[in-house]
Design a protein around this ligand. Structure first.
Ligand SMILES: Cc1cc2nc3c(=O)[nH]c(=O)nc-3n(C[C@H](O)[C@H](O)[C@H](O)COP(=O)(O)OP(=O)(O)OC[C@H]3O[C@@H](n4cnc5c(N)ncnc54)[C@H](O)[C@@H]3O)c2cc1C
Length: 441
């Protein structure tokens, strides 16, 4: 690949951004009018609105509703070039990136915004049995498993095994686990009602297992209690203070008991993109890079870290949360400081403005904590709804999501109940569930 710019551009400084997530996009936009060349490199051609991934995983929305091509999003930015490539290595002394296929890309300043993914705490063998939710492919795989579980239960003649197939365990009681649990409960109790002959989908068991003392630890107790009540109304069993110690084919072990479960989903733990560790600087256990107050990397003033990959303690002394708003603000500041560095100006300390914390539980309930205002139940949900539509990128996405939500709100239907990902004309592969104890009801 020719990474050399045309001769007329060689004197224009080159800022490279790795990652087209929330941080990378906002970094790119912050440089829109700057006299620099910007290259944004991402291994995917699209940006995903991750807060709504659980809607794709639970058949409420299509992938195209929550993702847009990065090229299209940034099409009006004239100083920017988008490259579909995976960065495999950063060479800070040479100021070069090594891309898949052996290509090399030179930079004057670099912003690394490659995010995090789920961590199985060293138990990589759990990944195939309990998929996590980070990409569109993950969401489609979860959708496939969830819908297939009901189909397999319908074909099953043994009652006990039917119940095992209709047992869903979600590991991890953070916002993603809670959102998945709420949406799964609605599929089972509402969307699939009256469609099956041999099973009652409403009899599905949904267990949300959290190792820590409480679900939703980042929220105040009053809102957590409200979330627990909403989950209870949906028929989700919340199990707190019990760590999952094994995930086997068709069963999960926690609290010393082995529970047969046809579907296990993973919503616990994060690990940072490996690029952070590859820089050879200080990282935390999850691999996040400890950055300077101006978001530069210690010892490498021309490299900045933004988004979930940055380990940053904000002015209140708390670590920055791994949320979209923090990623966006970090992206902007990293871009402005990269520009200042290239101009020889002093860089500025990053200051986080905390806009609040939100989580939704099913179609009528959410919790929102803005410090000065706490909302729960229906008002919280209306606020959540408005915010998620507002921040979706692209007019088409907003209209489509609004319409789909309006229809599913009125009809209780989930419009995207497609089982995909089966190879050729293969029938759904029955996943054997090992005999375990029946799930607690
Ligand atoms: C299921 C889920 C639900 C969430 N819900 C919420 C919510 O409700 N509210 C909220 O505020 N936050 C939520 N978050 C968190 C929020 O999405 C993240 O904080 C945010 O996406 C972080 O942005 P980022 O730019 O750092 O990383 P990401 O958005 O993850 O983007 C990283 C980008 O880097 C690219 N990349 C990675 N490695 C390479 C490489 N080697 N080469 C090239 N490209 C690479 C990836 O393809 C990706 O596009 C949720 C996250 C998940 C997974």
């Amino acid at each position: 690949m020719n990474s050399e710019p045309p001769p007329s551009e060689t004197k224009v400084p080159h800022i490279v951004i790795i990652g087209g997530g929330f941080a990378g996009l906002d970094a790119a936009r912050a440089l829109a009018r700057a006299p620099v060349r910007v290259t944004l490199v991402d291994r995917h051609n699209h940006h995903v609105f991750q807060p709504l991934l659980y809607q794709v995983a639970t058949a409420g929305l299509s992938p195209g509703d929550i993702a847009s091509p990065i090229r299209w999003i940034l099409r009006k930015q004239e100083n920017l070039h988008v490259l579909l490539a995976r960065v495999e290595r950063i060479d800070p002394p040479a100021r070069q990136l090594h891309l898949d296929g052996g290509d090399v890309l030179a930079y004057d300043a670099l912003i690394v915004a490659t995010g995090v993914t789920h961590s199985y705490f060293g138990r990589q063998d759990w990944e195939s049995r309990a998929p996590g939710l980070k990409t569109l492919d993950d969401a489609l795989e979860i959708r496939r498993r969830v819908l297939l579980a009901f189909e397999l239960a319908e074909r099953e003649t043994d009652r006990a095994r039917q119940q095992d197939l209709l047992t869903f365990v979600i590991v991890g009681g953070g916002p993603t686990g809670v959102e998945l649990a709420g949406a799964l409960a609605e599929i089972a109790r509402q969307a699939l009602k009256e469609e099956f002959d041999n099973i009652d989908p409403a009899s599905a068991r949904i267990l949300l297992v959290e190792a820590g003392p409480s679900i939703l630890t980042t929220f105040p107790e009053s809102l957590r209690a409200s979330a627990r009540r909403a989950l209870d109304r949906l028929g989700v069993t919340v199990i707190e203070g019990q760590a999952v110690t094994a995930i086997e084919e068709g069963a999960v072990v926690f609290g010393g008991q082995r529970v047969a479960a046809g579907t296990v989903l993973w919503a616990a733990g994060v690990q940072a993109s490996p690029l952070g560790r590859l820089l050879g600087v200080e990282v935390d256990r999850a691999g996040r890079v400890a950055v300077n107050p101006d978001l530069s990397v210690p010892g490498h003033p021309e490299i900045f870290i933004a988004g979930d990959l940055a380990l940053f303690t904000h002015q209140t002394g708390k670590p920055l949360p791994g949320v979209a708003q923090a990623a966006k603000q970090l992206g902007k500041r990293a871009a402005r400081n990269a520009l200042r560095r290239l101009r020889g100006e002093p860089t500025e300390t990053f200051r986080y403005i905390d806009p609040g914390n939100l989580a939704t539980i099913g179609r009528n309930s959410a919790i929102a904590d803005f410090g000065w205002l706490r909302l729960s139940g229906y008002p919280g949900w209306l606020f959540w709804l408005f915010l998620h539509i507002f921040f979706l990128i692209g007019f088409r996405n907003r209209v489509s999501v609004m319409l789909q939500w309006a229809v599913s709100y009125l009809t209780y239907q989930r419009s995207v109940r497609l089982i995909t990902g089966l190879r050729g004309d293969a029938a759904p592969i029955e996943r054997a569930s090992a005999p375990g104890q029946r799930a607690p009801s």
